[in-house]
Design a protein around this ligand. Structure first.
Ligand SMILES: [Fe+2]
Length: 434
């Protein structure tokens, strides 16, 4: 059994011959030897020792303090030190008492066997080393736990710091976004002012189309962002007309020379070009580009049809058409005549404004599926119903009142929204049965 450390052994006996015998024996194994001829001397040596003594062998019978008493005192000084009591056979009571009180680890009887003693000493020292090792590991664990705790605390502080930084960064980002948004609206406002100065009637048209398109977009359950894009695009939809000759911009008849018509048809693309380079307006530019596309694919500039046309552009097209007739009075006579055709109604019954409104509504109903998205026309009709703009010549009937020859004033949908018949269909017996 190999020991790891160099150990010191103390021998306490009042007989010099025994002290010498032990010293001789232990020196062979290279132990450091301390000797004392009585208990007080032994305690004195223990107190002065630079490091704990590994093992003490004490004689029981000594003048003054007995061996067992001395070992009990030594235990108080160095609890881990291994303690052997050396006795004669007649001292058994003292040995039993010392063992019971936990003061000693082993006892040796005189005379002892050298080899046996050396073996016992080595075994005990090995045990002592295990105790020390155990203590060292415990101390190490304790130290590492402490360091770990500190690291955890440090980590917690770091996490808190990072969280604070992230919250701060988020605040800054929100602020920056607000500024960007406000910059965007400032840019849009600047555009509108520009249109206002150049062509006041165009600016008023833009505003009205923007309100109407926004309300229709909201009725279509679009997101706040999409509604905002449509609102801005509607406001600026004719910005491409800036710089066009006044006879084209202010024209109320739609009678243009082929050259003028070609120029006029450039305005959606021009509009997109104007807003193209402004950050956050590129999507708006697309909506402007497509506001003259037709649902049947016969519009311009890209001849897109149906769902290919951006939804916002389809909404703006309807709002634009309504305002062109109802407020800008473009081609007013033609639309009013169309509206009155077949109706037993005279202008006297309606004010001019009402007549134009009805003519515009009639036009949108008439051209749902060809020029305009029928679903958007439906949203528009829902909108004017909510706004209580009456749609004249309309009468609500129940199923049993349906008769052949009646004309549909609105496209017909099932309750679930499935399209059945277009506007202006003349009901036949077969339709009524269905
Ligand atoms: Fe336009």
């Amino acid at each position: 059994m190999q020991l790891k450390y160099k150990h010191s052994i103390m021998i306490v006996d009042d007989e010099t011959s025994i002290l010498k015998a032990f010293s001789r024996l232990f020196r062979k194994d290279n132990y450091q030897i301390l000797t004392a001829s009585n208990a007080p001397e032994g305690l004195d040596l223990l107190k002065k020792a630079e490091r704990p003594v590994s093992l003490i062998i004490s004689d029981q019978r000594m003048p003054g303090m007995s061996g067992s008493q001395f070992l009990a005192e030594a235990q108080k000084l160095f609890p881990d030190t291994i303690r052997f009591l050396l006795t004669g056979y007649s001292d058994m009571d003292a040995v039993i008492d010392a063992i019971n009180k936990g003061g000693i680890h082993r006892y040796l009887t005189k005379p002892w066997n050298d080899d046996d003693l050396m073996l016992q000493v080595r075994q005990s020292l090995h045990q002592y080393e295990l105790v020390l090792e155990n203590r060292r590991l415990l101390a190490l664990t304790h130290k590492q736990n402490k360091e770990l705790n500190q690291l955890n605390k440090h980590l917690e502080t770091k996490v808190q710091e990072r969280s604070r930084e992230i919250v701060e960064k988020n605040k800054q980002l929100t602020q920056m976004n607000k500024e960007l948004e406000s910059n965007l609206y400032n840019t849009v406002r600047a555009f509108v002012s520009l249109i206002e100065v150049q062509t006041p009637s165009l600016a008023g048209h833009g505003r009205r189309v923007s309100y109407l398109a926004r309300d229709m977009a909201q009725l279509s359950d679009l997101s706040e962002k999409e509604v905002a894009h449509i609102e801005i695009a509607a406001l600026l939809h004719d910005i491409g007309k800036l710089g066009f000759p006044p006879q084209i911009v202010e024209d109320k008849t739609n009678h243009r020379t082929p050259k003028e018509q070609a120029l006029f048809q450039k305005h959606p693309e021009e509009g997109q070009n104007i807003v193209r380079f402004i950050k956050n307006l590129d999507h708006v530019g697309l909506l402007i580009r497509s506001h003259h596309e037709r649902y049947d694919g016969n519009g311009y500039p890209d001849q897109l049809s149906e769902e290919m046309i951006p939804l916002g552009s389809r909404i703006i097209a309807v709002a634009d058409a309504y305002d062109n007739i109802a407020n800008l009075k473009i081609n007013a006579k033609h639309y009013v005549d169309e509206y009155k055709k077949g109706l037993k109604i005279t202008q006297d019954q309606l004010s001019e404004d009402e007549l134009l409104q009805q003519a515009a509504i009639h036009h949108l109903k008439q051209f749902g599926f060809t020029r305009y998205d029928p679903d958007i026309v439906k949203v528009f009709l829902e909108y004017i119903k909510q706004k209580k703009i009456p749609s004249h010549t309309e009468k609500e009937v129940t199923m049993d009142m349906l008769k052949a020859g009646m004309i549909l004033n609105r496209p017909l949908y099932t309750l679930k929204g499935r399209f059945l018949l277009p506007y202006n269909t003349v009901l036949t017996e077969e339709y009524v049965d269905k």
